[in-house]
Every structure is written in structure tokens, then in C-alpha cells.
Ligand binder design. Structure first.
Ligand SMILES: Nc1ncnc2c1ncn2[C@@H]1O[C@H](COP(=O)(O)OP(=O)(O)O)[C@@H](O)[C@H]1O
Ligand SMILES: NC(=O)OP(=O)(O)O
Length: 310
């Protein structure tokens, strides 16, 4: 089976961790152990990954640097594709060497087309960087004109514009690599957002949601399964309350009812559910939202929130 796997940025850099290279490499290596198991079972694998924590850290590093020009958000996104891609390639090489699997992986610096008139440019919604307290968030809003939100009970985070992905510009190249038995890492961080202006592609300041771009990647690569891996085993209803309940196998109709009720975090779980639903509604076989630890069972249909056609 061909699987597109979307790795959450928060799984690569967990809330509360400092963000050292060693921490992130270790987290990625743990993810790649599971991906190695799937490759050993004979599955073809396409990978995308988040970059919210990482791109936010680059913005903080830039703000702390004197006399060095800050680079725009599309450049920061490209940087994260490079170093997160490196961590995945490095980890997969080490995992495959141990398992004696002869498959190579490569990262594709990927541009994703967005609409320059997307209303998201006026309404920042994508959380980036570490979690802070409310006081810090209010100070940044007051002094820097930034926008901050409370993120699913975990603390306050800066938000940036997150337009809808329309098209993966490197689609054909990605498919050529897959046909040549490569594990491709693409559309990292949702892809580098570009708009079409006077017949040219130009980068714009935004961070695309990687689950929405991941859905297009899964469709463009004719994947059977779209797996969204995050830090919870299941999507929940009444999340964070005493009545919290995990969703298992669920139809599009049922999960859309919960979506309409506002059961899923706006900048976190809601885009995952919408992306999973879109993949299945448009003809994909199955979409799963689960944690890394459950991925092997999820592929067998035995764990996670599995969305199927009504
Ligand atoms: N209804 C819900 N069920 C489960 N998790 C939810 C729900 N609503 C919001 N969340 C939050 O969504 C988070 C996962 O989204 P996010 O942090 O964006 O993940 P990632 O970085 O892995 O892509 C969970 O850690 C949880 O705090
Ligand atoms: N770009 C993006 O969606 O990143 P996260 O998954 O880390 O939020």
C-alpha cells in the first residue's frame, strides 16, 4: 500500500522541550523507527511534516539577532524543510541500515501555490513557536503588533497567516522519485507558500497548514492511506473535560457533525479532521488520525480515529 504520512511539528519538537538539535533528532529518530517498520512490511511511503514550533523558533532567533537582516517567513519555512528533511533522511538511513533495507529517501524543497486574495492573510490563525503565558502574549501584541491565541489549553502562541494550499508545484518531480523507489519527504511545513503574480511565482509571508497540504500530497501521489500523526492517540469529543471520549472508526457524516459543533481545536485538530475528511470524500481509501506509537496498529485498522466514507 502507498501511505502518505504527515508528522506533526509538535512531535518533532515537543511542548516543554528547549528545541536543541539533539532533542529534535531523537524525536525524529523515534518516528523513523515506526516508519522503518512500515517500510519493512512493504509499504511505499511518502512523508510530510509540520514546522510550527521550528519556524516560530527561527522567528525568535531572528528577533534576537542584531545587525543581521531578518528573512521573510517563506525563507524561514524553506529553512525548516531543509533541516527537518535532513533529520528524517539521516534517521531513515540509520534505521534502514540496521534493518538491512535498501531504500533511499530524499527531501524535495516544495513550493505550494496559494491565492494572494485568500482572506487568511488578514486573519492570522496558524500557531508557531513555543507556548508562553498570557502576560507575554499580551505584551507582544501591544509592543510588536503580533497576534497571539490560546492553543487548546496548552498555553499562548503567536499566530501567522495560513492560506489554503491549492497546488504542489513540484508534483511531477515527487512522483518521478516515488516511481524510482525513493521515500520522498515533501511539502514540509505545508510547503513554501507562493502566489502567481504577473506570470511569476513569488514567496509570501505565511505558514500553510501541513495537514491540508498533506492531503493534496496524498492525492497527487495516489496514496491509499493518509495518516496524520500527532501527539494524541485519537480525536476526542468533549476534549479536555471529564466527559472526554475518543473517536474510533467513524463516518464522514458523523465526524462532520462534531466538527460543526466546534468539538475540535481551530488551529490544531479541526484542520486535521477537515483534511482527513477531504481525502476520503475525494476518493481516498482511508484516513487516520493517531499518534506515532499507534501507527502500525492504525495501518491495520486497529487503532486511531479512522475516517471512512458514509
Ligand atoms: N477534539 C480534540 N481531540 C484531540 N485533540 C485535540 C482536540 N482539539 C484540540 N486538540 C489538540 O490538538 C493537538 C494536536 O494538534 P497540533 O498541536 O496542531 O498537532 P501537530 O503539531 O502534531 O500537527 C493535540 O495535542 C490537542 O491538544
Ligand atoms: N505547518 C504546520 O502545519 O506545522 P505544524 O504541524 O507543526 O503545526
Amino acid at each position: 500500500m502507498r501511505l502518505t504520512i504527515a508528522l506533526g511539528g509538535n512531535a518533532i519538537l515537543k511542548p516543554g522541550q528547549e528545541g536543541t538539535a539533539a532533542e529534535q533528532m531523537n524525536n525524529v529518530y523515534q518516528s523513523c523507527l515506526q516508519i522503518g517498520e512500515l517500510a519493512a512490511l512493504g509499504h511505499e511511503i511518502v512523508i510530510t511534516h509540520g514546522n510550527g514550533p521550528q519556524v516560530g523558533n527561527i522567528l525568535l532567533q531572528q528577533a534576537a539577532a542584531n545587525n543581521i537582516p531578518a528573512l521573510p517567513l517563506d525563507f524561514c519555512g524553506a529553512q525548516t524543510q531543509g533541516f527537518i528533511g535532513y533529520m528524517i533522511q539521516n534517521s531513515l538511513l540509520n534505521v534502514f541500515k540496521d534493518k538491512k533495507i535498501n531504500i533511499h529517501s530524499t527531501s524535495v524543497v516544495t513550493q505550494v501555490l496559494v491565492d494572494q486574495n485568500d482572506s487568511a492573510f488578514d486573519k492570522p490563525s496558524k500557531p508557531v513557536g513555543p507556548f508562553f503565558d498570557k502576560k507575554h502574549a499580551q505584551k507582544q501584541e501591544r509592543e510588536k503588533g503580533e497576534k497571539w491565541i490560546e492553543d487548546s489549553g496548552r498555553g499562548w502562541r503567536r499566530v501567522v497567516p495560513s492560506p489554503r494550499p491549492l497546488k504542489i508545484m513540484e508534483k511531477d518531480l515527487i512522483n518521478d522519485l516515488i516511481e524510482n523507489n525513493r521515500i520522498v519527504i515533501a511539502a514540509g511545513g505545508g510547503g513554501i507558500p507562493v502566489v502567481e503574480k504577473e506570470n511569476e511565482l513569488k514567496g509570501v509571508e505565511a505558514v500553510i497548514d501541513k495537514d491540508r497540504a498533506g492531503c493534496i500530497l496524498a492525492q497527487n501521489t495516489a496514496s491509499d492511506f493518509f495518516l496524520i500523526l500527532t501527539d494524541v492517540d485519537n480525536v476526542m469529543i468533549n476534549y479536555g473535560t471529564a466527559e472526554e471520549e475518543a473517536l474510533g472508526q467513524i463516518s464522514i457524516k458523523e465526524i462532520e457533525k462534531h466538527l460543526a459543533e466546534g468539538q475540535f481545536g481551530k488551529g490544531s485538530m479541526a484542520p486535521k479532521v477537515e483534511s482527513a475528511v477531504k481525502f476520503v470524500r475525494d476518493g481516498g481509501e482511508k484516513a487516520v488520525i493517531t499518534s506515532l506509537n499507534k501507527v502500525i496498529d492504525a495501518v491495520k485498522g486497529e487503532a486511531g480515529t479512522i475516517i471512512y466514507k458514509d
